[in-house]
Design a protein around this ligand. Structure first.
Ligand SMILES: [Zn+2]
Length: 112
């Protein structure tokens, strides 16, 4: 899913790195996420019990809701941006975008 940078409005063309989204954006999207948590859609995802990133099965209490593009990076609480994530992947991921995670994977492969 390509991130439409112009649409999120938080990226400057010169500084293509960490630009934190406005607190208001994060607050609003967190509220939407909370509502999604109560839906059948989310319960089904949790019920499947598989982490989006490592694709391993994990017990329900080990699974968290994760935004593929973090809210702090201008992501939205939409069904396409929310995934089930195990605790260890969530800790590793932090504020990185999918593209940055790919780059990290590539560079760690090079040093192995
Ligand atoms: Zn995982």
């Amino acid at each position: 899913m390509p991130l439409n940078r112009a649409k999120t409005g938080i990226y400057s063309q010169d500084m293509d790195f960490f630009v934190s989204a406005p607190a208001e954006h994060i607050k609003k999207q967190r509220n939407i996420a909370r509502e999604l948590r109560a839906t059948q859609w989310w319960k089904q995802k949790l019920g499947a019990g598989i982490c989006y990133y490592c694709e391993k099965r994990a017990p329900k209490d080990e699974l968290t809701m994760d935004h593929v593009v973090p809210l702090a990076r201008g992501g939205f609480s939409t069904k396409s941006n929310i995934v089930v994530c195990c605790k260890s992947c969530n800790t590793q991921k932090k504020y990185y975008t999918p593209a940055e995670l790919e780059l990290q994977k590539l560079s760690s492969r090079e040093t192995e």
